[in-house]
Design a protein around this ligand. Structure first.
Ligand SMILES: CC(C)(COP(=O)(O)OP(=O)(O)OC[C@H]1O[C@@H](n2cnc3c(N)ncnc32)[C@H](O)[C@@H]1OP(=O)(O)O)[C@@H](O)C(=O)NCCC(=O)NCCS
Length: 263
């Protein structure tokens, strides 16, 4: 069988499922025993087989918890995904490496996506807090780095990994999740600007919009009545010298100043 991309398979799935549903509606209006009825019933059976085969193919990608044997490969893929994207070089592979031994690390949500024995994506979550104006501390989570191998980006891997782990976070009892990133990407998962839920990004004046900082409630109403500030956990910050020393253990890669980088 050809190896189709996940995107192609999902598109085919959507299209077949919609045609199948139209046929099922049409079948109700057709008279049993008539040739049109038989033909439509055969078509529906064929669509079911096609959907089953697509689902089998889609499961080529396994989403599973990260294991110690994956650590280096996950760091390599994180480095590949982030390299020269937001700054010359990157530090996210170092953050991931160091985070696994930090108390805020959420071991249960440290996940990888694997295809044909190779890691194609990784995500990690951290415990975090919102400090409210009336002195309360509200526990939430934040995710990232989330990385997809460059040659696999834009094919649905990231979305599936994010959706799966958000479901798991909800099952773990997490009330809300924060993310800093591109709203164009994260709004599709139900993230809204933090300020819309009364949560402001530490260091940015409240009068200033910070659209890159988003929050999603996993329990409806979890942030009702909350006005406060979120700060990224300590583990997300890294000294340049430490990053460089860690990066020296990876194959050399050229740092480039590129348009669109944040730093
Ligand atoms: C961001 C990332 C995890 C998304 O995973 P992915 O598998 O490539 O994305 P998906 O296939 O699930 O989704 C594709 C969609 O996301 C959009 N998209 C992908 N990365 C994006 C980004 N950084 N910003 C905005 N939109 C993005 C694509 O344009 C596409 O949009 P469309 O569905 O409207 O056409 C992945 O591209 C990646 O590893 N990027 C480099 C590292 C990074 O930026 N991580 C996130 C930091 S917050």
């Amino acid at each position: 069988m050809n190896h189709y991309t996940i995107y192609e398979l999902l598109e085919a799935r959507r299209s077949i499922a919609s045609t199948q549903s139209k046929c099922e509606k049409a079948l109700l209006k057709l008279q049993p025993g008539k040739s049109q009825h038989t033909l439509t019933a055969h078509r529906i059976a064929a669509f079911k087989i096609a959907l089953e085969l697509i689902d089998q193919e889609l499961t080529r990608m396994t989403i599973r918890p990260e294991e110690p044997k994956d650590y280096r490969e996950a760091e390599e893929l994180t480095r590949e995904a982030f390299w020269n994207k937001y700054r010359p070089g990157c530090f996210e592979h170092y953050v991931l490496h160091r985070y696994r031994s930090r108390p805020e690390f959420v071991k249960e949500l440290d996940y990888v996506a694997e295809e044909d024995g190779k890691l194609v994506a990784h995500i990690m979550y951290s415990h975090a807090i919102i400090t409210t104006d009336d002195g309360r501390v509200i526990p939430i989570m934040v995710f990232g780095p989330v990385s997809v191998l460059p040659e696999k980006q834009g094919k649905g891997y990231g979305s599936r990994l994010i959706r799966r782990t958000l479901d798991l976070a909800e099952k773990l009892g997490c009330g809300a999740v924060a993310i800093t990133g591109d709203p164009a990407y994260y709004h599709r998962f139900g993230f809204v600007s933090g300020s819309a839920l009364g949560v402001y990004y530490g260091g940015v004046p409240r009068t200033e919009e910070a659209p890159f900082f988003m929050v999603k409630e996993l329990k409806a109403g979890f942030l009702r009545g909350v006005t406060g500030v979120y700060k990224d956990p300590e583990g997300y910050f890294a000294a340049d010298d430490d990053v460089d020393a860690f990066d020296a253990g990876f194959p050399p890669k050229e740092k480039k100043k590129l348009p669109g980088q944040l730093v």
